[in-house]
Ligand binder design. Structure first.
Ligand SMILES: [Zn+2]
Length: 422
């Protein structure tokens, strides 16, 4: 299913969104002052355009730069050459790009485009997951993480915690500002996904103080400190658990089963030939050392004629027969952060793990964040309408960001496939 935006949402057109992104870039302070050949806004907008057009490299983008078009579409009067762009972006703080994400998000809210994404009782479902996008034995910068091998050699790498608003019924995802997993100021220790998640949740709450969220993550996140962080920031959760990692919890569930406290429930989907089999129990201790952290446990089997799939989660929603199916769907939708977000970025034209330039300070992180921003703008739901126009008439011209990509990208084949199936 696709989200269809009603006609007339002009402020969600590509033109309007590109202008919005540009004006948020214009608010970023340029450490080099005003006496520069290429304004910082143009350098940032050029990198954004490069990802928006899905250029496979800075060199390919350079060709598009020379051929023109960037001023009309992205409002860049003088795009910098590749070397200049890298120089200008290297000192930029990745955090300064946060308002660009929130302003696009607010625009989506204003256009009521997010209402269809509400998952449960006014709550949005947010999937979180870490991903790596760079690794090298030689190239490195001040924010690289490091792995020192036994023979003394070092691997330098970059990771980030990606986050997206998802819904089980929709293939679109709305990416949020990712949290870079980078070496933090004043420390020699590597950063990790768990610390990044803590920072992410605090900033998510700051950016969206009034929104109701359900966070869904894999079983690495099912630990007491993280559940407390979620609780402290007023976020609900549906988190994966595994018998191997949460042996105490599973043993307690087994004991509850023997005491007759566990509810079993089957739901038949005859049309699909599938049985959804559940067992659940509320108020279980997450682990032995923190038995004060109580969770509600769901185990689920999807039984079809040729295979059985098995999942389990913990949640803070009190589970009953009326909500267990929905909670399961929320837990299973977590794969969208991998498939519809990271895999799209890596394999469908965005070249997420391709090295566009590393820099000495922040360049690698800034480029990864800008790529996520371009992906967000690309996801804006108006493309649903345009996608149909595209299939019927070639290109509809100016209505959405994806159409621009099709018109201008040197990777037409891969991105038109995206548009046509929308
Ligand atoms: Zn680096």
């Amino acid at each position: 299913m696709s989200i269809v935006a009603p006609k007339g949402r002009k402020h969600l057109s590509a033109d309007a969104l590109f202008r919005l992104v540009r004006s948020s870039f214009a608010n970023i302070t340029d450490a080099r002052g005003e006496e520069v050949e290429i304004p910082l806004t143009d350098a940032l907008m050029s990198a954004f355009a490069m990802f928006s057009l899905k250029s496979p490299s800075l060199l390919a983008f350079d060709k598009q730069r020379i051929e023109g078009n960037l001023e009309t579409i992205y409002g860049i009067p003088r795009a910098p050459c590749d070397t200049r762009m890298r120089e200008r972006l290297d000192p930029v703080s990745p955090e300064s790009l946060r308002p660009s994400f929130t302003s696009v998000f607010r625009q989506l809210q204003r256009g009521k485009a997010l209402e269809d994404m509400v998952f449960l009782d006014g709550h949005y479902l947010v999937a979180l997951d870490g991903t790596g996008y760079f690794s090298s034995p030689t190239i490195h910068c001040a924010s690289c993480l490091q792995k020192v091998h036994r023979n003394g050699s070092i691997t330098y790498y970059h990771q980030m915690l990606g986050a997206a608003l998802i819904h089980p019924d929709f293939r679109e995802v709305i990416p949020l500002m990712p949290e870079p997993i980078i070496k933090q100021d004043g420390t020699e220790k590597n950063d990790c996904e768990r610390n990044a998640a803590k920072r992410f949740i605090a900033k998510l709450r700051q950016d969206h103080p009034h929104l109701k969220f359900i966070i869904t993550e894999d079983s690495l996140s099912s630990n007491a400190p993280h559940i407390e962080t979620l609780h402290d920031h007023g976020c609900h959760y549906i988190l994966g658990v595994k018998e191997g990692d949460h042996a105490y919890l599973f043993k307690q569930v087994q004991a509850a089963e023997e005491a007759g406290r566990v509810t079993s429930y089957d739901r038949h989907d005859r049309a699909a030939g599938v049985v959804h089999r559940f067992r659940f129990v509320n108020d279980m201790p997450l682990n032995e050392s923190r038995s004060d952290v109580r969770v509600n446990f769901i185990e689920y089997w999807e039984v079809s004629p040729d295979k059985v799939q098995h999942f389990s989660w913990v949640t803070d929603f009190r589970v009953n027969k009326a909500n267990v199916y929905k909670l399961m769907r929320g837990g299973r939708a977590r794969w969208k952060i991998e498939n519809e977000t990271f895999n799209t970025l890596k394999n469908q034209g965005y070249n997420f793990d391709h090295n566009y330039g590393h820099g000495e300070q922040n360049l690698s992180v800034v480029l990864a964040v800008l790529m996520m921003l371009a992906f967000l703008v690309d996801q804006v739901p108006c493309f649903a309408r345009c996608g149909r126009n595209l299939a019927a008439n070639g290109c509809c011209g100016s209505a959405c960001a994806r159409c621009f990509s099709v018109m201008l990208s040197s990777r037409c084949d891969s991105c038109s496939k995206l548009c046509f199936t929308a």
